[in-house]
Design a protein around this ligand. Structure first.
Ligand code: HDD
Length: 696
């Protein structure tokens, strides 16, 4: 690799300095690099020095090379997304394995075996583009399918319900959750007054609140989250018959979450934890994949539900309408350029191919407007569909012309219709065009109304809470205590606990106790009391984590003198189990027992154990004794233990464990119990938790 000159030195003569350095770079490049030019294609003679009147004199306005470079730089940023600003994306493909031809004409859902390219962007909601990857937050899960009939955008989240029922409330919700406008904090956090104030006054949000207080919002990896289209959509077949559909993405690696203390520490350990994880797994050829499943139901079946499926705060329990897997998405290519692709990608729920149609969900209806509008402001031109990441990959033809940044050069005289002057001008097609479901209007009257069927705010919130196992319930109660403890206004805390009483009195009592409330605040009036619904085990998280090490990462702590053979043995076993091994050491180069040098993947001080799913160590006795006085080493094990991870600790490590006050339990193994360690590493050591921290 040619070295770049660090800094230009003052020269006696500006011309010779400029030539000298430019020439030097060209020479070092060995002639293999293209010549650097301006945007106009003019070759740049010197990329180090601006054009000066004399070596120590003022810079000349004439320097068009400098002006062009700085001007472009000044305009490099575009407005970040108002929500979901922080995201990571990847390319891949979707393959249909089961045809829904009976229900839809959309090729992407009916031509079994059809493979279409996709671009998928995951995101957090509240933080800015430069915020961290691991706050407690909903994850966006947006997929653009480049289908043979135009782009289909399934713009969902990793939670199947939403906070609000009507798009009218979206700006209020977002203003409440984002950093408070006077102080500009907290960034990327819901634990503050304005969010909980809004929530306490919007009982319809209570179901979603139960989900965001669960461990779903602190995922271990983007590769291990579910995705949901949230709304009911319609599928429309060749006869114009409609079937309601809910879309679900199921991760092949199974669900996996962190524990809260770990998520908090991850924010310090690696701001880009999820982005890096996605990048590294795709780069290593471990392509993440999700099954696409659907729930299908008719209008009559929907009428029989005891909730309104057009209300986005409701889910359709799997026990009521089972899921059918119809295809798989695999992400196998990282974008070439983050800005061009991940930043400029423009999703819109209104992008559907013929055969998919909308329902009357009032949240969805508002979204159909919002996204196009936001893209115009973000991308600055009605021609944003010409940006390669947004362009359809099927033939297209229209009469839209001109505008900022027009990239196409349409030929001919005709840009209107009807026309008779040009044989190849585009015409609408009733046969292949978008066919909207011919829905008969209901017999209500026009008005700003909320349907009576949307009035039940608590039954599904209660069903979700009661469906969870006791560990998950304790995590939810503790998350509520954590969040509300950050709320400064006592009346807001009380109002939220009042609402919780409508969901589950026991939960309200636990949270009230955790907040040190002397008595339980009275519940506010409810539009409707919660009904008892059957629990839905499918909504649990811990039970649904897959007992596998595939896609997981084991951290191995070594030091000078570590036994090379033991390291090799552990690596082999870890890799055979489908996991990745990363070596951590006090220094990034270590001398092993056999005299060989090992390059560590991370230095101990900057590579805490929160980055791994389980930890092991091979440390000679004398190094163990030194490290037992090293806070980073003690914390490494104390955190791994506290985050309920399996630990394989050699003799040398036992000294570090006792310095950390760790009493080895059934989740702590010796290096010769590697098989047992790897089995335990497939999950967290949940039984350990009550001994370590008091949960609400
Ligand atoms: Fe939204 C972005 C998901 C309701 C308005 N939304 C956005 C993204 C996701 C979602 C994943 C990021 C897409 C990307 O990666 O670029 N939004 C949802 C879900 C919702 C939802 C699952 C409810 C079910 N959104 C919603 C409503 C409105 C918006 C009700 C407005 C009425 N959403 C937007 C937006 C964004 C957006 C302002 C910001 C940036 C963008 O669109 O491109 O238009």
């Amino acid at each position: 690799m040619p070295r770049q000159p660090a800094k230009s030195k003052p020269a006696k003569n500006s011309e010779s300095a400029s030539r000298g350095q430019g020439g030097e770079l060209q020479q070092q490049a060995g002639g293999t690099h293209p010549v650097l030019t301006t945007q106009q294609g003019i070759a740049v003679p010197d990329n180090q020095n601006s054009l000066r009147s004399t070596p120590r004199g003022p810079t000349l306005l004439e320097d068009f090379i400098l002006r062009e470079k700085i001007t472009h730089f000044d305009h490099e940023r575009i407005p970040e997304r108002v929500v979901h600003a922080r995201g990571s994306g990847a390319h891949g493909f979707f393959e249909l394995t089961h045809s829904l031809a009976e229900h839809t004409t959309a090729k992407v859902l009916s031509e079994k075996g059809l493979r279409v390219p996709v671009f998928c962007r995951f995101s957090t909601v509240a933080g800015g583009a430069g915020s961290v990857d691991t706050p407690r937050d909903v994850r966006g899960f947006a997929v653009k399918f480049y289908t043979p009939e135009g782009n289909w955008d399934l713009v969902g989240n990793n939670i199947p319900v939403f906070f609000i029922q009507d798009a009218m409330k979206f700006p209020d919700l977002v203003h409440a959750v984002k950093m408070e406008p006077d102080r500009a904090f907290p960034q990327a956090a819901s634990a503050h007054d304005t969010f909980w104030d809004f929530i306490s006054l919007m009982p319809e949000s209570m179901h979603m609140v139960m989900w965001i207080m669960s461990d779903r919002t602190i995922p271990r990896s983007l590769r291990m989250i579910e995705g949901f289209g949230v709304h009911s959509f319609r599928l429309v077949n060749a006869q114009g018959k409609s079937t309601f559909v809910k879309f679900h993405w199921r991760p092949v690696l199974g669900l996996q979450s962190t524990v809260w203390d770990e998520a908090v520490k991850l924010q310090a350990a690696d701001n880009d934890f999820h982005r890096r994880d996605l990048f590294e797994s795709i780069s290593a050829g471990n392509f993440p994949a999700w099954d696409l499943a659907v729930q299908l139901f008719s209008e009559e079946e929907a009428d029989a539900f005891d909730f309104d499926h057009l209300d986005a705060t409701k889910l359709v329990p799997e026990e009521l309408v089972p899921l059918q897997v119809i295809g798989r998405m695999t992400l196998d290519r990282w974008p070439d350029n983050f800005f061009a692709e991940t930043e400029q990608v423009a999703f819109c729920p209104a992008n559907v191919p013929p055969g998919i149609d909308f329902s009357n969900d009032p949240l969805l209806q508002g979204r159909l407007f919002s996204y196009l509008d936001t893209q115009l402001s973000r991308l600055g031109s009605a021609n944003f569909t010409q940006i390669p990441i947004n362009a359809p990959q099927c033939p297209f033809a229209h009469n839209q012309r001109d505008g900022h940044m027009q990239m196409q050069r349409p030929k001919g005289r005709v840009a209107y219709e009807p026309s008779s002057l040009q044989a190849d001008s585009p015409r609408a097609s009733a046969a292949t065009g978008m066919r909207h479901f011919a829905e008969a209007p209901d017999d209500g009257v026009k008005g700003r109304v909320r349907a009576e069927s949307f009035a039940d705010h608590f039954s599904q919130a209660r069903m979700f809470f009661q469906s969870q196992g006791h560990i998950e319930q304790a995590h939810m109660a503790s998350a509520l205590v954590f969040e509300l403890s950050k709320v400064e206004t006592p009346a807001v805390r009380e109002a939220v606990v009042g609402q919780l009483q409508h969901i589950d009195k026991g939960l309200a009592e636990r949270v009230a106790k955790g907040l040190g409330m002397a008595k339980l605040p009275a519940p506010p009036p409810a539009a409707q009391p919660a009904k008892e619904m059957p629990v839905s085990p499918a909504l649990r998280l811990i039970d649904r984590m897959k007992p596998t090490l595939a896609g997981r990462c084991i951290g191995l702590l070594v030091a000078d003198g570590s036994n090379a053979e033991s390291i090799a043995k552990i690596r082999k076993a870890v890799e055979a189990a489908g996991a990745t091994l990363k070596v951590v050491a006090p220094k990034i180069q270590v001398q092993l027992s056999d005299g060989s040098t090992l390059a560590a993947d991370g230095q101990l001080a900057g590579t805490p154990s929160v980055l791994f799913d389980a930890v092991a160590s091979v440390i000679p006795l004398e190094q163990g004794s030194l490290l037992s006085h090293e806070a980073a080493a003690v914390d490494w094990f104390r955190d791994a233990f506290g985050h309920l991870k399996a630990i394989a600790a050699c003799k040398g490590t036992r000294q570090i464990l006792s310095a950390g006050g760790i009493e080895p339990d059934a989740g702590v193994f010796t290096p010769d119990q590697i098989a047992e360690f790897l089995k335990a590493a497939q999950t967290r050591q949940w039984v350990r938790e009550p001994k370590l921290r008091s949960l609400a």
